[in-house]
Design a protein around this ligand. Sequence first.
Ligand SMILES: CC(C)(COP(=O)(O)OP(=O)(O)OC[C@H]1O[C@@H](n2cnc3c(N)ncnc32)[C@H](O)[C@@H]1OP(=O)(O)O)[C@@H](O)C(=O)NCCC(=O)NCCSC(=O)C[C@H](O)C(=O)O
Ligand SMILES: [Mg+2]
Length: 299
Amino acid sequence: MTDVRPRRSVLYMPGSNARALDKARSLPSDALILDLEDAVAPDAKEVARTQVADAVRAGGFGTREVLVRVNGPATPWGAADLAAAVAAAPDAILLPKVSSPADLAAASAVADAADPERRIRLWAMIETPMAILNIREIAAHAAEPGSRLAGFVLGTNDLAKETGARHVPGRLPMLPWLMTAVAAARAYGIAVVDGVYNDLDDEAGFAVECASARDMGFDGKTLIHPRQIEVANRTFTPSATEVAWAETVVAAFAVPEAAGVGALRVDGRMVERLHAEMAARTLTLMRAIAERELTASVA
Ligand SMILES: CC(C)(COP(=O)(O)OP(=O)(O)OC[C@H]1O[C@@H](n2cnc3c(N)ncnc32)[C@H](O)[C@@H]1OP(=O)(O)O)[C@@H](O)C(=O)NCCC(=O)NCCSC(=O)C[C@H](O)C(=O)O
Ligand SMILES: [Mg+2]
């Protein structure tokens, strides 16, 4: 299973917006994507690259995970973005429009030269029809020796653009792709974060989409505005009832009488050791969230 790190809220911000980059240091999102790609106009690409590299080097993001999204290798900016991102050494570099494992291998080769200890992770945007068709092979890259692949981010805007599928309430047209991405990520133990919700003023619709993403198994949601952080954090945090149940299940299997027992009856429900593992993960996630929020409040 994926490393247990909170990724409930993953906020994009345009690398060209110096004020937003600065503001990011005080926002309560679990992770940040400093964007050089679609949020940045062509004539601002160079400025954005410099600002993002400087912001990463300056630090001050506390325990927030910092990702830099570069432009693709076929664009006029891709090679310079990747070189600058590797040199600045964020937690991860987010590659747009990954369509095959070869895209990951190419970026890894660039990173290997400057970061032989492989501290910088790679994340892949899953946002092309070919990525959906190749999702197993892309995820399987994580199992190769020395792979940097640590997560997927769904790009539902590009998927809509490339396929003609529409954004509709409930997301029926995209459900097969979303769940396939979750399954592929879980099969290879990497994180997976849902796409963005474009309607900034539709708070109710955003809350419903967060809840559905949580129920599908996503670790969190990518966001486009600070006002979306609170709902995402709340939705992807295990509820008090879930935490209490997890504690009960873990305790039930911890007693000596449970040794060698596969299934137990707890409060009228059948629980197996797999439930104890899920419960332990819930408690580990809660501890990580508490630590994240504590460090944010003292930062
Ligand atoms: C969507 C926006 C353009 C809206 O901007 P605006 O109307 O100016 O917002 P506000 O006036 O409400 O801003 C209030 C303050 O909040 C700061 N702010 C706004 N957005 C962000 C942000 N994302 N990160 C940090 N800070 C932010 C403003 O600076 C204001 O601060 P202050 O001046 O101090 O009051 C804008 O929100 C925006 O640009 N959002 C991000 C857009 C983006 O990154 N898009 C690319 C990612 S989406 C994508 O590509 C998905 C994927 O690839 C796919 O295919 O689906
Ligand atoms: Mg996109």
